[in-house]
Design a protein around this ligand. Structure first.
Ligand code: SF4
Length: 358
């Protein structure tokens, strides 16, 4: 039986951290054996909110591709490509945009939430820099809000679930690994498929199904969600000394001040990492000895730094090998793009025929 086709992508944010590893990459690696995987570096998506800072995108793409390959995303098993190298996705996005009511996009729950969140973030930055120009805070706030809305509430930002849909449909993705929060986007894609089939009276696409992946909330070194923008990440490519430094800074149970104090591993960030990376016996030992107070945080962190360095060592080595042959990464991405283009071209032909666009 042929393998089902799976499609997934990541915005190029640069070097990946262990949150990405636990949330997506580790899972992607396993999925390669079960599905025919298309993995895309979705650089157009990076523009939907970041079109004012594009200079870092090429380097971010390279770093991300390096991390994917070093973590075991295998070009012999999966098609790995950069979204903007597949112009058919843009064409498909355009054609689909003709049949999708704007109300569908406006009601995607993440749209309003993300818009408000970004607005809050950007406003704070803008207000700081505008402080010297305008004296009155209320006037400043109103002016900044209007300006930021102009920047954020773009057509591209509203339409990004449709661009995601085009990503999936371009390769006729049947399975999409998603977290709970992404389910509305997938439901949106399924609705678009049904609408297309209904309007043009031709069934072309599979309705993509979700593959719920347990993307755990991975805390960063400060306890907030691990994220590049919070500067609290432990990167997959961090050398042992950097890992040690970051683990040392990581927030633990605030009530456990010194060895002897009983700790609460269930609320400790260090223990969270232990659970994912350490052996079962070390996890048990850490839990018991933290609770009874015989383990101090300094030693517990030393153990974790060692485990993390050892676990990430093969990934670091593979990365270094790839860096010695920089042409390899471009070759892999070009081969992947050729394959994805071929598939997307076929899909587009079928769509154009159905929609009388020839
Ligand atoms: S001993 Fe380990 S698990 Fe317990 S609070 Fe300290 S760092 Fe966390």
């Amino acid at each position: 039986m042929p393998k089902k086709r799976l499609m997934s992508g990541m915005r190029p944010t640069g070097k990946l951290h262990i949150g990405h590893y636990l949330g997506a990459l580790g899972n992607w690696k396993k999925l390669q054996d079960e599905y025919e995987c298309f993995y895309s570096i979705v650089d157009w998506h990076a523009l939907t909110t970041g079109y004012r800072q594009t200079e870092e995108i090429p380097e971010n793409i390279r770093e991300m591709a390096l991390d994917w390959l070093s973590c075991g995303i295998d070009p012999a098993k999966s098609t790995i490509y950069i979204q903007s190298h597949i112009p058919q996705i843009a064409e498909l996005h355009l054609l689909l945009s003709m049949i999708v009511p704007t109300a569908w996009l406006e009601r995607v729950p993440t749209y309003k939430e993300q818009l408000q969140e970004l607005l809050k973030q950007r406003l704070n930055e803008r207000l700081d820099s505008a402080a010297n120009i305008l004296e009155d805070r209320e006037v400043r706030e109103e002016a900044a809000k209007r300006k930021e809305m102009e920047y954020l509430a773009t057509y591209g930002f509203l339409g990004y679930p449709l661009l995601q849909t085009a990503d999936i449909l371009s390769v006729k993705g049947e399975i999409v690994p998603v977290g709970q929060d992404q389910l509305p986007h997938l439901e949106f894609a399924r609705e678009v498929v049904r609408r297309f089939h209904f309007i043009f009276q031709k069934n072309i696409f599979p309705e993509p199904e979700s593959l719920l992946s347990e993307a755990p909330f991975v805390p960063g070194t400060d306890g907030r969600k691990m994220s590049k923008s919070y500067n609290n990440g432990i990167f997959i490519s961090d050398p042992p000394e950097e890992i040690q430094k970051k683990v040392k800074q990581t927030v633990t149970d605030p009530q456990k001040i010194r060895r002897g104090d009983p700790g609460r591993p269930e609320i400790c960030n260090i223990f969270f990492y232990h659970r994912f990376f350490s052996s079962e016996s070390l996890v048990k030992e850490t839990e018991t000895n933290c609770k009874n107070g015989s383990l101090g945080c300094v030693d517990c962190k030393k153990n974790l730094a060692q485990v993390l360095s050892d676990k990430l060592a093969p990934i670091r080595e593979k990365r270094e090998d790839l860096l010695k042959n920089p042409g390899t990464i471009s070759e892999i991405l070009e081969t992947g793009a050729a394959e994805a283009r071929k598939t997307a071209r076929q899909t587009l032909e079928e769509i154009k025929t159905a929609a009388h666009q020839h």
